[in-house]
Design a protein around this ligand. Structure first.
Ligand SMILES: [Fe+2]
Ligand SMILES: [Fe+2]
Length: 187
C-alpha cells in the first residue's frame, strides 16, 4: 500500500469501497434473481437501489475531499461475491436462499466495518461533510444487515432445515427456476 499518511490511507480505503459498491451493483441483481423467497428478492432489490445511491454518495465524498472518483480493486468483496456465485451454481431452493443470506451478511459486515472506520477517519481528519455522508451509508448497511437477519430467522433458514431438497413437495417455480436457470447462471 502506497499510503503514507492517514489522509492517504483514508482516500485509498474510500477507493476500495467505491470499487466494492460497484461490484455489488452487478452482484445484487443476480442474487435477487436467484432468491426463491419473495421477501429475500425484495430485500436484494431494495438494497440494490440503496447501493446505487451509495456509489453516488462516494462520488460526493471524493468531491468534498478534492480527489478524483476512482476505484481500487476491492479484493475482500470480490472474494465474497465469488463464493456467492459458486453457491448459485451448486445450490437450490431454500438452501440456496440460506447461502445467499449468509453471503450477503458477510458483505454487510465488511461494509459496516469499512464505513465505521472511514467515518472515524473522516472525523479525525476534520472532514465533516465526508463524515456525514459516510455515516449515512453506515446506517443503511446496518439496516440492511438487520433486515437479512430478520428474514433468516423468520422463515428462510427454518425452511432449509425442515425441507431438504428431495422432500420439497410441489414442483415449485423456485426449483424449476433453479434447474432451468442453471446453465444461464454459469457465466
Ligand atoms: Fe453498500
Ligand atoms: Fe450493503
Amino acid at each position: 500500500m502506497a499510503a503514507k499518511t492517514l489522509r492517504e490511507l483514508f482516500v485509498e480505503e474510500v477507493r476500495d469501497m467505491y470499487d466494492g459498491e460497484k461490484q455489488l451493483t452487478r452482484a445484487l441483481p443476480k442474487m435477487a434473481k436467484a432468491a426463491g423467497a419473495d421477501e429475500l428478492q425484495v430485500a436484494f432489490k431494495n438494497h440494490l437501489a440503496e447501493t446505487e445511491k451509495q456509489v453516488t454518495r462516494l462520488e460526493q465524498v471524493f468531491r468534498t475531499l478534492g480527489e478524483t472518483a476512482r476505484g481500487k480493486s476491492c479484493e475482500g468483496i470480490r472474494g465474497i461475491v465469488e463464493e456467492g456465485k459458486r453457491a448459485m451454481e451448486e445450490l437450490d431452493g431454500a438452501v440456496l436462499d440460506a447461502a445467499l443470506i449468509a453471503g450477503a451478511q458477510k458483505v454487510e459486515h465488511y461494509e459496516i466495518a469499512s464505513y465505521g472506520t472511514l467515518a472515524y477517519f473522516a472525523e479525525l481528519l476534520g472532514e465533516d461533510k465526508a463524515k456525514e455522508l459516510l455515516g449515512q451509508t453506515l446506517e443503511e448497511e446496518k439496516a440492511a444487515n438487520d433486515k437479512l437477519t430478520q428474514i433468516a430467522k423468520s422463515r428462510v433458514n427454518r425452511e432449509a432445515l425442515l425441507n431438504p431438497p428431495d422432500e420439497q413437495s410441489s414442483p415449485s417455480s423456485r426449483r424449476a427456476r433453479g434447474r432451468s436457470g442453471r446453465s444461464s447462471k454459469k457465466k
